[in-house]
Design a protein around this ligand. Sequence first.
Ligand code: GDG
Length: 463
Amino acid sequence: MRLVVVSNRVTIPDRYEKATAGGLAVALREALEKYGGLWFGWSGAVGEDTRQVQRGNVTYAVTDLTEAERQSYYLGFSNRALWPIMHYRLGLTEFQRSDYMGYLGVNRRFARALAGLIQPDDVIWIHDYHLIPLAAELRRRGVTNRIGYFHHIPWPSADVLGALPFSATLVRTLAAYDLIGMQTELDVRNLIGGLVDLCGARQEGRRVRLGARETLMQAFPIGIDVEAFRRLAAASVRRAVTPLRATRESLGERKLVIGVDRLDYSKGIVQRLEAFGQFLLSHPEQRGNVSLLQIAPPSRSDVPEYAELDRMSDEVAGRLNAQLGEFDWTPIRVVKKAYSRTALAGFYRRAQVGLVTPMRDGMNLVAKEYVAAQDPADPGVLVLSRFAGAAQQMGEALIVNPYDTHEVAEAIRTALAMPKSERIRRFEQLYHVIETTDIDWWRRRYLEALTGVPLSTGAVEPP
Ligand code: GDG
């Protein structure tokens, strides 16, 4: 078999990139190298270029988007309609018919380009919400190969999703897949409920029958490359990476609480800053002893809701620093830039508390990276939102409700005061979980399920 991966963005690797790329990109690339294959998607550029690049036995086929497509398909429907509604944020959901048409148009164009590249024994693995109708469009062009979909973000219940115009039509296109992977059991239940309630599908256990087609739904919680991250963290301490050396100088013996997130409203960054402020207000004796470092590389800055978050996080951090800071101590540092993975691993290891408090998250890899980076002899404590998919697996973290500022503030206090024996006990259990469900496990399980699923041959209605 040959593997074909399709994702919204494709980065063609240069030869030195492996150590710095994210776990998912590396895992998919490794699977492609193992089977030989094709990775197809958007180049990330605006233009009219389409090109193929060969790296070993992997072909990267990328296409540019026009500015109109970027606006409607990517910024519009994907990021202002699907992203918020999938994260249960009806109030932030901005629907425009023209965006939806652009979204369908790009999926149709991708299908047209991809259909010409598919070989009879290819197994096709499509990633994420930008490409939900892609399989239906491929089927329409006569593609009968196995096609799987993995949804990286949450899937809300039918009454939330049902508020999105055309949601039933869109959800119906999922019947074109042979296997649908979700992050958690809750997402699977919601998805099946959506297919039943919105589209009149019939459920038989984990299989859903819609018209003449049958699709298998299953949870595949994604993991990280634990071993690689552990090694990065250990190396960053030995080599004293520059930002870490600077941190040592500016922090001294002070404790560190860390947050690492794309600057996205789903991550609960503003609420987290408020919770840290609340912690310092309720526990004045802690002032001067601990700082919060929030690393927040900007993301989707062209979307108005993200620009607003950018402004609000500055405002809240500024207010709390002015209210609580001292001439020789800054309580909160928000750094809006990306660091190397080595530096990140070092920051995680230096931090006594990992604060991972999204309002909603498919999985959240930062929670797993924080644990992987800890010193087993003196580990830090993970504070984790119950609304991150990771909370389903990582029950030994301090689980919090991110909407409850006081609860998060008290969890920070508990984490900072936790005796070493309890920190080690919790760390060992968490490490065991992330190690036994790492990124290789995820990829293997998914591909085994996809190659084993019985093929369904019925036709599917295009959107
Ligand atoms: C989606 C879903 C799901 C962050 N700052 C820097 C940096 N990062 C890296 C982290 C981590 C990744 O970005 C973020 O992954 P998350 O899982 O936390 O979140 P999303 O980007 O929203 O990912 C999510 C994931 O897909 C996988 O299925 O878990 O729920 O929303 O790896 O380390 N990396 C570098 N510098 C930074 O400053 N190098």
